[in-house]
Design a protein around this ligand. Structure first.
Ligand code: SAH
Length: 254
């Protein structure tokens, strides 16, 4: 059996209880060493076999899983954040399906949630933005043409940009070409929830300069949109005294 587990964004106590229990039971752990906090490996049994996938190919990862399966051992494949975001899990699952190896998934706290917590942000402020666009710039890995930064920028929704810290001049230009003004609020969150976490609130126009000034070159998320520092927004209807829900009657005296 293989368990795909989300490690969370960094702080070792941000893994789920289920994820921690799976780590404690695992005979083999394959962890994404470039971003998973190694402190999570302290949860492993003393005899657990540990592999760092940052140094492995997909084929090598699959070989470790196959071998463990042959020996009736439990494998945990530990991915950073939540495995469903840029986790490259599907290509592993497809091979496991072909070979009849059972697996399941345990979610984790994605770094885009860790970044919001670092800034005490609500991405979906009423009347400001009700959508979060998760995307990345095309780099060594392409992005489909129909998902250009410009086309997403046109929505003026909250945008969280992964995997793009080394391309911030271009990111700013494309955000502006798509419709954001240069003074639209933005933020850079480096290593959200890690001990050396850093947060910088800036604007679309100053993203690159801010990263340069603070030597941020990787492991960061860029958050763009008025939700980053909106001073005005509508209060939520859900908690409004005039609003009735399945769980609460209207407070007619308000
Ligand atoms: N599955 C992960 C994302 C993996 S892609 C998740 O759900 O978070 C790797 C990218 O995620 C990094 O290049 C960076 O942009 C972002 N990232 C991962 N952990 C981060 C953290 N703690 N703080 C800021 N960005 C992070």
């Amino acid at each position: 059996m293989v368990h795909f587990v989300g490690a969370g964004p960094g702080a070792p106590d941000l893994i789920t209880l289920r994820g921690k229990e799976l780590l404690e039971q695992a005979d083999v752990i394959i962890y994404a060493g470039s971003l998973v906090n190694p402190q999570l490996l302290d949860y492993a049994k003393p005899k657990c076999q540990i592999h760092n996938s940052a140094k492995m190919t997909l084929e090598e990862v699959l070989d470790v899983m196959r071998q463990a399966e042959k020996e009736g051992r439990v494998t945990v494949r530990l991915h950073t954040g939540d495995p469903c975001i840029y986790g490259a899990v599907r290509e592993q699952m497809d091979v496991l399906d072909e070979e009849g190896i059972a697996y399941d998934s345990c979610p984790g706290v994605s770094s885009f949630c860790g970044a919001a917590s670092a800034l005490n942000l609500e991405y979906t402020l009423p009347e400001v933005s009700q959508s979060v666009i998760i995307t990345r710039m095309a780099g060594r890995t392409p992005v489909p043409d129909k998902e250009s930064i410009e086309s997403f920028a046109a929505h003026q929704a909250t945008m969280v940009v992964f995997l793009s810290t080394s391309m911030l001049e271009e990111l700013s230009e494309r955000l502006v070409a798509g419709g954001y003004t240069k003074d639209t609020p933005a933020a850079i969150v480096y290593k959200a929830t890690w001990e050396d976490e850093k947060t910088y609130v800036c604007t679309v126009g100053t993203l690159a300069q801010t990263a340069r000034e603070h030597q941020i070159t990787k492991t960061a998320l860029m958050i763009i949109g008025d939700a980053v520092s909106a001073s005005s927004y509508e209060r939520s209807r859900l908690y409004h005294p005039e609003f009735e829900t399945e769980f609460r009657d209207k407070k007619s005296d308000c």
